[in-house]
Ligand binder design. Structure first.
Ligand SMILES: Nc1nc2c(ncn2[C@@H]2O[C@H](COP(=O)(O)OP(=O)(O)OP(=O)(O)O)[C@@H](O)[C@H]2O)c(=O)[nH]1
Ligand SMILES: [Mg+2]
Length: 428
């Protein structure tokens, strides 16, 4: 196994840069360039020198003895001065040693997975955490990274293995007298897992939004002040505004942090009948994006003016509040009137939806949970038909277990059999 290294902190100038080195040669290599043996696990302030003895930097050297490290291998982290020259000298130096090479992208994490330090869902969560820009994204990633999904999947797995093993035993005793009727317990175990799975399956869609952002579209007739409102919300001139109707044609996207949630605001072309070919394309695009947006803010004098179906939580506001005399439910991007209220309202609606997110965050999770749920529901039906169908139900349960194991990247069916036999006394 190669020893791998890479710059773990961001590229460029900084107070401190961290270079990570992991694998069997990590400690001997680090000791060589640090002018003497390093503690196997601990820290030391050392002068780092190249092979000709030239000083590169003085650094804090942290050592971790496997398996007590991120990768599970012996690992060394150099905290050097955050100089691009120091970093490149260090990277060049490390590459000179036999069996030591630059890490591939994600290779440290891959080793952490291979060494059982993280499960697959945690690997995904780590990527999400690093990408997190808002509070909601951070909290969501941390929940999974802390092992939340793995723990849930494990609990389901244990319940299903118990249910499957109870059924297996009944099959074994098929020709004899069954000592106890296990049907009630099996039924209860399956029902428990199925009802746990449902909210998690539906919650993935919201969790995905928290990862990738909610889309909020500003929609209305031409010239009502959509672009002016977008600019007011964004705090900058993101879109062109003018007194000519039909100014905006492309969909203008502005990404922002709204109440701790990632939101992409969409400014769209004003909706109207038009003979202008290009404007017509813009209007079609506007309708399409409004259709798929999570939430729509309509600027309209009257709800009946809107020729798109209005959904329950859509926000409808009267435009150009400053030209009206104290009308409730009006907004002005130009004067800022009502803009704070709108931000609060969008935040309230989206936070409410975000609260429905499950602990599972990806389509892959949803697919695995859906597959498990489908098989369990099938098992529930088959069980009702009586003991002669138990072997088919048992197969469904095993299939559901496999799906849940895929959820966290646990592999192999062997351990399923082992556990069935170890967790259950056959009494023979
Ligand atoms: N008085 C007043 N004028 C506004 C307000 N918002 C926008 N305007 C003016 O109305 C005109 C149209 O504004 P835009 O923001 O470009 O309108 P739009 O809805 O994006 O228009 P299209 O892109 O053509 O669909 C401009 O002259 C703005 O200065 C407002 O709240 N009050
Ligand atoms: Mg516009």
């Amino acid at each position: 196994m190669d020893t791998i290294f890479a710059l773990a902190s961001a590229q460029g100038k900084a107070g401190v840069s961290v270079i990570r080195l992991s694998g069997p040669q990590a400690l001997p290599t680090a000791s060589k360039i640090s002018g003497g043996d390093l503690p196997t696990a601990g820290r030391a302030l050392r002068v780092l020198s190249d092979q000709s003895g030239e000083r590169i930097d003085e650094a804090l050297v942290l050592t971790f003895a496997g398996p007590n490290s991120f990768t599970g291998e012996d690992t060394v982290e150099f905290q050097v001065h955050g100089s691009t020259s120091v970093v490149s000298a260090m990277l060049a130096l490390l590459a000179e040693f036999d069996g030591v090479r630059l890490a591939d992208p994600g290779e440290f994490t891959r080793r952490a997975l291979e060494n059982g330090k993280l499960d697959l869902s945690q690997v995904e969560a780590l990527a999400d955490l690093i990408d997190a820009e808002t509070e909601a994204q951070r909290i969501q990633a941390q929940t999974v990274l802390a092992g939340g999904l793995g723990a849930l999947a494990e609990r389901w797995r244990v319940d299903l293995i118990r249910a499957a093993s109870l059924i297996e035993v009944t099959i074994d005793f098929a020709d004899e007298e069954v000592p106890v009727d296990v049907t009630d317990e099996v039924t209860a175990l399956l029902a428990g897992v199925v009802s746990d799975l449902q909210p998690q399956i539906t919650g993935v869609q919201i969790a995905e939004r928290i990862r990738s952002g909610f889309e909020v579209a500003i929609v209305g007739a031409p010239n009502v002040g959509k672009s002016t409102l977008l600019n007011a919300l964004a705090g900058r001139e993101a879109a062109i505004t003018s007194e000519y109707a039909g100014t905006t044609r492309d969909v203008i996207e502005v990404r922002m942090d709204l109440a701790g949630l990632p939101v992409t605001l969409l400014d769209t072309a004003g909706l109207r009948e038009t003979d202008d070919h290009v404007e017509g394309i813009g209007i079609e695009l506007a309708k399409k994006r409004a259709e798929t947006a999570d939430l729509r803010v309509f600027l309209a004098e009257d709800r009946n003016d809107i020729d798109l179906p209005i959904r329950e939580q859509d926000i409808v506001l009267k435009p150009k509040a400053d030209l009206l005399s104290d009308v409730p439910g009006a907004i002005s991007g130009k004067t800022g009137q009502g803009v704070d209220d709108l931000v609060r309202e969008i935040g309230r609606i989206l936070k409410d939806r975000a609260g429905k997110a499950g602990i599972a965050t990806r389509a892959r999770h949803r697919d695995a949970m859906k597959a498990a749920s489908d098989r369990l529901m099938s098992a529930q039906e088959i069980l009702k038909r009586g003991p002669e169908f138990y072997d088919i139900a048992a197969e469904d349960m095993r299939s559901a277990i496999r799906s849940l194991e895929m959820l966290v990247g646990r592999v192999g069916v062997e351990n399923l059999l082992d556990e069935i036999f170890s967790s259950f006394c056959l009494g023979k």
